[in-house]
Design a protein around this ligand. Sequence first.
Ligand code: HAM
Length: 421
Amino acid sequence: MSSVQYKALKGMQDILPPDIYIWQKVEAVAREVFSSYGFQEIRPPVVESTNVFTRSIGENTDIVEKEMYTFKDKGDRSISLRPEGTASVVRCYVEKNLHTMPSPQKFYYAGPMFRYERPQSGRFRQFYQIGVEAFGDPGPRIDAEVISMLRLCLERLGLREITFNVNSIGCPECRPAYRERLIEFFAGGLDRLCPDCNRRYHTNPLRILDCKVERCREMRKGAPRVTDHLCNGCRIHLDSLLSYLELMGISYTVNPDMVRGLDYYTRTTFEVTSENLGAQNAVAAGGRYDGLVKEFGGPETPAIGFAIGMERIIELLKNSVAYDFPTPDVFIAVIGALAARESMVIADRLRGKGLWAELGCSENSLKSQMRKADRLSSKYVFILGDDELNSGRLKWKKLSDSSQGEISMFEITDFLLQRSS
Ligand code: HAM
């Protein structure tokens, strides 16, 4: 016998029943809500040429520098497992000329993403996102629509105690000057910043603003705020977005320190956080990326989107919402070989009507079959033996209250259909 123990890789998890039912619920609610806003599903591949990600997410981001699963394929091409969905969607948008569809073009996607991060609570190496991307509308109205869609989704799932953090990180017109202000501000204190922030100082000083290291937090007190350095266009965009959010009754916090870890953002960025999670408290995040389609060789196309982190949502839901997990509608306990044969026909008929039917095994005693029905939390048990076959009537028992009775074989389907759901 082999002594090797097989284990899932670090940071990767098996998603099993009953949790899987919460996953399915979240996916179903998201699909329903996104569809009502006119978003259509697309399924880009999980693997892309590495440059799809380096180009868009940014050479100097943590994701590209440290976290990508990058390999050579058998043709010696550098390929990477997607660390996020936006880059793939933009690649697809440009490659498949999706800009020719009526504008704005609205898409959603769901699936696994991969980042070689240090695993901890709420942070995995394979994790799932449901994301949306809307292309072609430069105005703040679509920003507000996308945020309201996220709110509806979270609301319908029953999530409360969440905060919408909103920010603008400017555009190529105003960000360079702001960047210079930050460089000036931090210049005298580089020895007090963490090694990562020393690097960020040269590559992307805005990222110093959301470093979690205590001494960097201290250092940035009094740093110039991006929202005080927006150009006129970005200022108006942000103000209009905020007024739309107020109009729709969405409470928000403007958080000028919220700097996203991906380089493609322009203007609006947002993050939904929960106080009921640990350090990894962002359940969804997104923003506008008006330059990315052009960067990929497509026409000038403004765009905005977000992605929901499934594991974090599930964690919150598990702790706050009670779910009824599905259980069999009926367990057919059988006595004898003939009943075992007939039970297959009955079960087939019930399954054809969408009912969940489980079959007992005639080699097992009635008592052990009843125990199994109980362990499965079957709603009803039917008992089928030679007597029942001869009389055409069988006994039913409802496990939740132990009520019982008898019905004709012909009534089985209607009996269960009336009582299911
Ligand atoms: P992101 O902030 O990198 O943005 O990820 C979005 C969400 O995915 C996070 O808020 C978090 O809930 C979840 N997430 C990220 N990394 C992990 C991880 N290692 N383990 C578990 N959950 C994680 C994006 O990915 C952008 N593509 C969002 C976007 C779409 N922006 C515009 N369109």
